[in-house]
Write a protein of this length. Structure first.
Length: 262
């Protein structure tokens, strides 16, 4: 089976909101490099089907718990598309997803290009490319049945690393003055705390996560562009929500965002 066939199979199920558990082994990529090539094809197919355009990037598997679950020692990345954007306070239908999760994140919007040159991107370069900082929710969807190692990390990469949508909160003024690694984040479901973390839980620092994604895109022959949104990874571990829940994320100094799940 070809990478093109694998991308067509994944894209069809993404558009239908279906699980990928039944994906034939013959379609699954064997390496992360193959996974990222298929991912790019999947993105193009989703954009062509009305889910686009591409508006940025997400960094996933940034916590020790998720890395242990996938057997990884580094994050994985994916794209975010405009069709997955929701407004703060929106109501989502649980049945539109396989198993929906909520992540509490810091998001950067770029003001200048980042990556795409022979010089590796470091935290200082990442900071210099940022136009604004926002609180964000990333919606993730467990389309893989929970047994991630058995399903295959390269295939999860091909499927945009759990991504299912996002909420972008308002920009934080004078964010450069904040110690982002020290900021606390919390996730609540119906007012009950279901997860806590801090900026340092995201690759040691959210800007390190941004730099990592820029370097990944460089290795893949691309770069980040002005206006790109970058979801840097969840401060608390993902919360798998349920129907009837109002889920809120709040990041110290950045504010709170909310979604309702019916």
């Amino acid at each position: 089976m070809s990478e093109e066939q694998a991308a067509a199979w994944i894209a069809a199920r993404r558009l239908a909101g279906e699980s990928l558990i039944a994906m034939p082994d013959s379609l699954k990529p064997d390496t992360e490099e193959e996974g990222y090539r298929i991912q790019a094809d999947v993105q193009a197919r989703l954009v062509a089907s009305g889910a686009g355009p591409l508006v940025g990037w997400k960094v996933g598997v940034t916590t020790p718990q998720m890395r242990a679950a996938l057997g990884l020692d580094a994050p994985i990345g994916g794209a975010i598309l405009a069709g997955g954007r929701h407004e703060n306070g929106a109501t989502l239908r649980y049945t539109d997803y396989v198993r929906i999760g909520i992540e509490c994140e810091m998001a950067f919007v770029l003001g200048s290009p980042l990556g795409g040159t022979p010089t590796p991107v470091d935290v200082a370069a990442a900071r210099g490319a940022v136009a604004s900082l926002h609180p964000a929710i990333e919606l993730v969807d467990d389309r893989y049945g929970g047994a991630y190692r058995d399903f295959g990390v390269p295939t999860i990469i091909a499927d945009d690393a759990f991504h299912a949508g996002f909420v972008l909160g308002p920009a934080m003024a004078h964010w450069e003055q904040l110690d982002l690694g020290a900021l606390r984040g919390v996730t609540r479901a119906n007012g009950r705390v279901v997860g806590e973390g801090c900026g340092a839980d995201v690759q040691g620092h959210p800007l390190a996560s941004l730099a990592w994604m820029a370097n990944l895109l460089t290795a893949l022959g691309g770069r980040m562009e002005p206006g790109d949104i970058v979801l840097t990874g969840s401060l608390p571990v993902v919360y798998w929500t349920a129907p009837g829940e109002a889920v809120e994320i709040e990041i110290e100094r950045l504010g709170a965002l909310r979604l309702n799940v019916t």
